[in-house]
Design a protein around this ligand. Structure first.
Ligand code: IPE
Ligand code: MG
Length: 230
């Protein structure tokens, strides 16, 4: 979800106004995905690297996060949304951590839409924490590295509960992954929109989904093999 700052700057508003409109766009995106039967929606809200932004912008983003958790979780619950927050939780203050734990607990029985908010998240962080978790669980692995395979490592990633994404949408005109789901994006279709995140609406989502529907997904096979498999 990129482009909040530019959205605000273009209107001679402070960047925080863009982040606040970004939250509105998140609400609309969740509703639109729910209506379209999307089962997993994973939002990149705040990266490991975003901690290096100016202190006042970081605290504004944290305040918006707290506000959203305080105000939106009831509605998410009523809509059958299961919320998970994935990332380095220890970086958040205790109050925010408690809100996250509570929101996850309250929505845990829902299964209409699995909404994951990646916050204080980086793909490199995730792979690193998975390796640590593996070795913590079985310290003998170090002496038998051949026992580590892709499936075992993947099962320790923070997003192990979710399938790998079919479609990645990045707004804001940049063509890069910026440390998002590095492991899981191996075969995702990548869609880049020049719209700034606050302008990304249901029409824009439909354009992305229509583009996705034209893609042939081969997963390393040939086109003929895919046609044969049906
Ligand atoms: C939102 O957009 C992404 C967040 C980290 C919340 P930006 O804040 O990166 O907006 P631009 O790229 O400066 O326009
Ligand atoms: Mg940006």
């Amino acid at each position: 979800m990129d482009g909040n700052g530019r959205w605000a700057t273009a209107r001679h508003l402070p960047r925080v106004a863009g982040h606040s409109r970004g939250v509105d766009a998140v609400r609309h995106a969740i509703e639109a995905c729910g209506r379209r039967g999307v089962q997993y929606l994973t939002l990149f809200a705040f990266s490991s690297e975003n901690w290096t932004r100016p202190q006042d912008e970081v605290s504004t983003l944290m305040r918006l996060f707290v506000n959203a958790l305080e105000k939106e979780v009831d509605k998410l619950n009523e809509s059958g949304v299961r919320l998970r927050v994935v990332g380095e939780m220890n970086a958040f203050d205790a109050g925010l951590q408690a809100l996250i734990v509570d929101a996850q607990r309250r929505t845990a029985a829902n299964d209409r839409l699995n909404l994951t908010v990646c916050a204080s998240y980086g793909g490199r962080w995730d792979i690193t924490q998975a390796v640590r978790a593996l070795l913590r669980e079985d310290p003998t692995l170090g002496a038998h590295p051949e026992r580590i395979d892709e499936k075992l490592l993947a099962s320790h990633l923070a997003l192990a509960f979710a399938p790998e994404p079919d479609l990645l949408i990045r707004t804001g005109g940049e063509r890069r992954v910026s440390n998002f789901l590095l492991w899981q994006l191996a075969y995702s279709e990548l869609y880049f929109s020049d719209l700034l995140w606050p302008d990304f609406d249901a029409t824009a989502l439909d354009a992305a989904l229509a583009w996705f529907a034209t893609r042939e997904r081969r997963f390393g096979r040939t086109s003929a093999q895919v046609a044969l498999a049906g």
